[in-house]
Design a protein around this ligand. Structure first.
Ligand SMILES: *[C@@H]1O[C@H](CO)[C@@H](O)[C@H](O)[C@H]1NC(C)=O
Ligand SMILES: *[C@@H]1O[C@H](CO)[C@@H](O)[C@H](O)[C@H]1NC(C)=O
Ligand SMILES: CC(=O)N[C@H]1CO[C@H](CO)[C@@H](O)[C@@H]1O
Length: 472
């Protein structure tokens, strides 16, 4: 059959997607690719990530019968971990080893993908943290589209890193009654609600350290102007005006395609008995609406044992119903016989289908580390939060949750103590402030849903992205 010229050219598009295979970064860009590949079946998508990340993403997506579009193919790249390497407990170690192997590992992956498909790369969609990709795209003479997983507040902190560091060096006013940590970042557009103490170590430590990760993050602001388009894991309507105006003035091609790991509105829940973890059945059959505390810290954050114990003691004391997603090897760190004693009102699972759990009407609060995707999933399902930030962007996100949106509370002292957890639970369930948070989170959920609707801003921005990738 004869094809129109337009079809022929779109047959040739070959988009390479470069994932940053840590935390939920891989999943986020994977979800974006799935959406693009379904909307653009003639475009070829090559997904480059480490074997570990690739296996978990592709297996998980097949497990939920999310049948993989035929125009996607994964390519495993070297994770940089030497043979016979004995790993330490430090999660940053694997990040550092990986970064040492970049960009050569991605380059080899790209060569394989080109050789195999016979199509040259037309565009690079990469995690925005892979700052070498700007130059890589320049050399290949193709478009570069970085994707930001984190909140725009975090992006801004990276764009203004130099100014923030200057503030740390020069701006300390001895006569001030406010300690350095408590100083706000009001000289940075859109960050006036943030405190120095909310920033991650990567920013605070400067480039002086030998961390490749810090070094990479400090380049974000410098390389972003090379981007053809920038994709945000966020809704335009959820920015503060000042933040949006500032970012748009710097990057006119900022596309806010909405929460990538969590569609708005949330898809209908599957049949409870189809969930092999048993979480949905437990929630549905046995719990009152908005009564359950759901606890989950994602894949990277690990509270120390004394905090697990404090949290367990608070749950036991308050007798609130709880669903706790906790790795098997950590369950033995809980107080003796806690699992048996609390089995009347609590359930512990090694893995919970988080977005579905949050979408269940029985869940009343999410105890979270405040990773960006966890916050977005909570927001999209209208669930308020109790935050226990650990590292990276968690503290900034916690500030947004508590102060900007008013949809949650940071646990006292930012560590779990029995009395601190009891206070937070009381605030959420027994206090007018908790009621207000539930109302606020419904409002934000509504804003996200409207922004995601047909013809609304997130869909428009997604379509712009789609159009652009078929043009390069
Ligand atoms: C790919 O690019 C190379 C050099 O840039 C060129 O020689 C070759 O013809 C291109 N291949 C296709 C299939 O377009
Ligand atoms: C921004 O988010 C990333 C994680 O997505 C984190 O590694 C980084 O430290 C964050 N930066 C700030 C300033 O919070
Ligand atoms: C190169 C490649 O495709 N590697 C693996 C990526 O993940 C899938 C699903 O687990 C595997 O089948 C591939 O072998």
């Amino acid at each position: 059959m004869a094809m129109a010229a337009g079809d022929q050219s779109s047959q040739l598009q070959h988009v390479a997607v470069l994932a940053f295979p840590f935390g939920s970064h891989g999943l986020t860009i994977f979800k974006l690719m799935l959406k693009l590949s379904r909307a653009s079946p003639n475009t070829r998508f090559s997904f480059l990530s480490t074997k570990k990340s690739n296996d978990s993403l592709f297996l998980a997506s097949m497990a939920v019968a999310d049948d993989l579009p035929a125009n996607i193919k994964p390519y495993d790249i070297d994770d940089g971990v030497p043979m016979n390497h004995v790993s330490t407990e430090n999660p940053l170690e694997t990040v550092e080893l990986f970064l040492k192997a970049t960009p050569e590992n991605y380059k080899r992956g790209l060569q394989t993908a080109v050789a195999e498909t016979g199509r040259n790369i037309s565009c690079l969609i990469t995690d925005a943290f892979l700052t070498f990709a700007g130059e890589m795209a320049e050399n290949m003479i193709v478009a570069w589209i970085p994707v930001f997983v984190a909140m725009p507040y975090n992006v801004s902190a990276h764009i203004y890193t130099d100014q923030i560091r200057q503030l740390l060096i020069n701006g300390v006013d001895e006569s001030s009654i406010v300690s350095v940590e408590d100083r706000t970042l009001d000289i940075i557009p859109g960050l006036s609600m943030m405190r120095i103490s909310d920033l991650s170590d990567e920013i605070l430590n400067g480039d002086s350290g030998d961390s490749l990760f810090s070094l990479m993050l400090s380049k974000v602001g410098r390389v972003l102007p090379k981007a053809t388009l920038i994709v945000m894991n966020f809704y335009q309507q959820l920015y503060s005006k000042e933040l949006l105006n500032d970012l748009k003035s710097k990057f006119p091609n900022l596309l806010n395609v909405g929460f990538l790991t969590q569609p708005s509105p949330p898809p209908p829940l599957p049949e409870s008995d189809s969930d092999s973890t048993g979480c949905l059945l437990w929630l549905l059959d046995q719990q009152e609406p908005k009564s359950v505390v759901y606890i989950g810290f994602g894949t990277v954050a690990t509270p120390p044992q004394h905090e697990l114990v404090a949290l367990a003691e608070a749950l036991e004391d308050s007798r609130v119903p709880f669903l706790w997603s906790l790795r098997d090897d950590r369950i033995e760190q809980l107080p003796e016989n806690f699992v048996e004693r609390s089995s009347g009102h609590g359930k512990i699972v090694s893995r919970a289908p988080q977005t579905q759990v949050l979408g269940h009407g029985s869940v009343g609060v999410f105890v979270t580390h405040c990773g960006a995707n966890s916050v977005f999933e909570s927001v999209a399902n209208g669930v308020p939060m109790i935050c226990r930030p650990f590292f990276g962007d968690h503290r900034m996100n916690g500030r947004v949750v508590e102060e900007v949106w008013g949809i949650g509370v940071k646990v006292e002292g930012m560590v779990f103590t029995k009395s601190g957890v009891l206070k937070s639970l009381d605030l959420i369930f027994g206090h007018d402030k908790g009621k207000l948070m539930r109302e606020n989170v419904q409002l934000i959920k509504q804003i996200a849903m409207e922004a995601a609707g047909p013809g609304a801003s997130a869909s428009r921005d997604f379509n712009t992205l789609l159009e652009k990738i078929s043009m390069f």
